[in-house]
Design a protein around this ligand. Structure first.
Ligand code: C2E
Ligand code: CA
Ligand code: CA
Ligand code: CA
Length: 280
């Protein structure tokens, strides 16, 4: 029939074939790059809005593929999650961030309130050994958890409430800050939020970049900052690209900002130079 004809045609859709081929190749190459340690972290400055003071960085993974060049984490993180490679990759990222914190604290001993935010995949947190991994990274590099923020996404909050709460509590015992990333894009954010011991909300970029043009986004930002205050959480706005956005956020008493208006994510040497120029 016509229908079947169409379905079998779709099976051979060359663009689909190409993208799944690319996915398979990327998975193979991820494996190789993990062994070769081809990943690096870039660091995007986070700024205290009221005082303009530099507070820390968000660590963002970068992969320079030997043949393809730069591959976006938005493309390879999902592949790493599906293939189970996110565990070893996530470990490498956490260790690299902890070593980097140690290096900066040694070089800049006055930076007592520095923090580096590390993105976690839900898969990493679901691993029963995550706290052990974290403890080993903290102990071996010799840093306190107070310098580390862990960014998690709303999807993790859909899991078992009791075991999650006890996981969060053991993380908080290590003095790490728990930050809820991409807030507003997930499921029933509001109904879940007050039930968990979280410290910080990151307002998703999709609301920030519509501040100048969309009344509704302005209202949403206002609601989120108010909600955070009520729940005793701090707020970070991500993806701030203009002075106007920063000023609106300041008028909403948003605590922290990051985005191209202040700085792109920086490679290690430039991040170190940023500290020297802004906090030394
Ligand atoms: P995210 O956690 O929401 O990270 C913010 C993204 O926005 C980053 O993209 C950052 O480079 C980008 N960005 C920052 N400021 C601006 C701005 O002003 N304008 C615009 N248009 N973009 C801005 P990136 O580095 O490509 O990362 C994409 C996503 O990949 C991240 O979104 C995060 O979900 C994931 N990711 C990145 N690094 C890691 C990592 O180390 N571990 C895990 N599990 N996921 C990561
Ligand atoms: Ca993030
Ligand atoms: Ca985010
Ligand atoms: Ca986002």
């Amino acid at each position: 029939s016509k229908k079947r004809g169409k379905a079998s045609w779709q099976l051979f859709d060359p663009s689909m074939y190409e993208s799944s081929l690319r996915q398979l190749e990327l998975e193979r190459d991820l494996r190789l790059s993990l062994e070769n340690q081809d990943f690096s972290l870039y660091y995007q400055p986070i700024i205290h809005l009221e005082t303009g003071r530099f507070l820390g960085f968000e660590a963002l993974v970068r992969w320079i593929h030997p043949r393809r060049g730069f591959v976006s984490p938005a493309e390879f993180i999902p592949i790493a999650e599906e293939s189970g490679l996110i565990e070893p990759l996530g470990d490498q990222i956490l260790w690299t961030a902890c070593r980097q914190i140690k290096q900066w604290l040694t070089q800049f001993p006055h930076l007592v309130d520095l923090s580096v935010s590390v993105n976690l995949s839900s898969k990493q947190l679901q691993n029963a050994k995550f706290v052990e991994t974290l403890d080993r990274a903290l102990t071996t590099t010799g840093i306190s958890g107070q310098y580390l923020k862990l960014e998690i996404t709303e999807s993790i909050l859909m899991g078992n409430h009791e075991s999650l709460t006890s996981l969060f509590r053991s993380l908080l015992k290590r003095q790490v800050t728990l930050s809820l990333d991409d807030f507003g894009t997930g499921y029933s954010s509001l109904s879940y939020l007050h039930r968990f011991p979280l410290n910080e909300i990151k307002i998703d970029r999709s609301f920030i970049n519509r501040i100048e043009t969309d009344q509704q986004s302005r209202e949403i930002v206002k609601i989120i900052t108010t909600l955070a205050k009520t729940l005793n959480m701090t707020t970070v706005a991500e993806g701030v690209e203009t002075l106007e956005q920063a000023e609106y956020l300041r008028s909403m008493a948003c605590d922290m900002v990051q985005g191209y208006y202040f700085s792109q994510p920086l490679p290690e040497a430039e991040a170190t130079a940023w500290i020297m120029n802004h906090a030394a």
